[in-house]
Design a protein. Structure first.
Length: 154
């Protein structure tokens, strides 16, 4: 099967922005960098701007993902992350500090990665009933349960 190529266009918005990059051509994620110093308090939420806007081709979308190295070094949790192909604003990365201590971000820190996905055409149909399945409405860890006890509703 021929490899699909999605050409991304990045526009630099601030003089302090560091170009999004990846170490190897085979890396799925494109590293995104912080443009300013920030301190995220315990329980706090912050939008870290990257200084870049991106044009994603039609038929694709971007997903902001945590970087494994960054996420193992602190208590920050990524909060949002879909970039539609029509969006042309600055890429922002939303974090919440789930730890007990503040987390400091320095300019140039690799804070997240942008992963590009193909976007299928999706249609909606609204129905009164859904087709049955083996799983039905068992969610939130149901595949880990050994016994199939009846659900208790309070």
């Amino acid at each position: 099967m021929a490899q699909m190529i999605a050409n991304l266009k990045f526009k630099k918005l601030t003089s302090t922005a560091i170009e999004p990059s990846r170490e190897r051509n085979t890396d799925a994620g494109i590293d995104l960098y912080a443009t300013r110093k920030a301190r995220i308090a315990s329980g706090g939420r912050e939008v870290l701007l990257t200084g870049y806007a991106v044009q994603i081709p039609e038929g694709y979308y971007g997903q902001i993902e945590e970087r494994s190295g960054f996420s193992t070094q602190n208590t920050l949790k990524l909060k949002a992350g879909v970039i539609d192909s029509e969006y042309r604003g600055e890429i922002g990365v939303v974090f919440q500090n789930c730890g007990f201590y503040p987390v400091d971000i320095e300019p140039g820190d690799k804070i997240a990665q942008l992963v590009i996905h193909r976007q299928p055409k999706v249609t909606f149909t609204f129905v009164d009933e859904l087709d049955p399945s083996d799983r039905e409405d068992n969610g939130f860890g149901s595949s880990d349960k050994k016994d199939n006890y009846p659900r208790i509703t309070l």
